[in-house]
Design a protein around this ligand. Structure first.
Ligand code: FES
Ligand code: FES
Length: 164
């Protein structure tokens, strides 16, 4: 007995707080869904094979690489992209990235922000070593990382007294 070939699937998920219903091919990545179908182009496609971290988004609160995550696997999930980040920590990080010159071309920045938010939510007092280790999955071809680490470190204070 043969199974019918499935051309498309209907997936329901919540993206940046908005309930969303989309039709996708089984092979569609979460990155392509976000960028091409939902026009959320803040999620950047870099290497597209899980190495650079430019496509990092939060799925059910945890960072994932959207380029190697199937959209169909995100059924009923809650997805947060850089466009959906908000709150005091995000405001401080944005200000610190600016103050510390933590970006040049900006291509890596959305993934960096997502990873930094996740890191500081788990480890609000992260040391420089922890920041370097935890952010090592996000590659930047411009900054040399010094400004990036300094910006995240500036926000890693118990009282939240970083810039902004
Ligand atoms: S684009 Fe997904 S990890 Fe590089
Ligand atoms: S700022 Fe250009 S890749 Fe990071």
């Amino acid at each position: 007995m043969t199974e019918p070939i499935v051309d498309t699937l209907v997936v329901t998920l919540t993206v940046n707080g908005t309930p969303t219903r989309v039709e996708v091919e089984p092979r569609t990545s979460l990155c392509d869904l976000l960028r091409d179908t939902l026009a959320l182009t803040g999620t950047h496609a870099g290497c597209e094979h899980g190495v650079c971290g430019a496509c990092t988004v939060l799925v059910d609160g945890a960072p994932v690489r959207a380029c190697i995550t199937l959209a169909a696997a995100c059924a009923d999930a809650t997805v947060t992209t850089v466009e959906g980040l908000s709150g005091p920590l995000v405001d401080r990080l944005r200000a610190a990235f600016h103050a510390e010159h933590a970006l040049q071309c900006g291509y890596c920045t959305p993934g960096m922000l997502i990873s930094a938010v996740d890191l500081l939510q788990r480890k609000p007092e992260a040391s420089e070593d922890e920041i370097r280790r935890e952010m090592s999955g996000n590659l930047c071809r411009c900054t040399g990382y010094v400004g990036l680490v300094r910006a995240i470190r500036a926000c890693a204070t118990p009282a939240g007294t970083g810039p902004g």
